[in-house]
Design a protein around this ligand. Structure first.
Ligand SMILES: [Zn+2]
Length: 101
């Protein structure tokens, strides 16, 4: 599933209005560094729906003691993970929700 960004244009100057997200080449904001601190040494990191190919987020699994990765395709972190589920995330999360109810 690809997310399509709609660029809006400023009505006064005609420039594109920047969306409130981190784009490629952007500096990471404070939230990222706070997340990095919080995750360092965590017992378990559950990663859902990420190919873990984009840095610096792809460095984050290194912060956890244990990894559980749920993704449609294999990731570079799979060999270090204690749990790897290669499946369609949407249906798997629905299944988990149903089992928890
Ligand atoms: Zn403008």
């Amino acid at each position: 599933m690809a997310i399509k960004l709609e660029m809006k244009t400023c009505l006064s100057c005609g420039y594109n209005i920047r969306p409130d997200i981190v784009l490629f080449q952007d500096a990471m904001d404070d939230e990222y560094y706070r997340a990095q601190q919080v995750l360092t040494g965590c017992d378990l990191m559950i990663i859902i729906g990420s190919s873990l190919q984009v840095y610096p987020a792809a460095f984050l699994p290194d912060k956890a003691k244990h990894l559980a990765i749920i993704n449609r395709t294999e990731t570079q972190w799979d060999p270090q993970a204690q749990v790897v589920l290669n499946c369609e995330i949407t249906s798997k999360l629905k299944e988990i929700k149903e089992r928890l109810q």
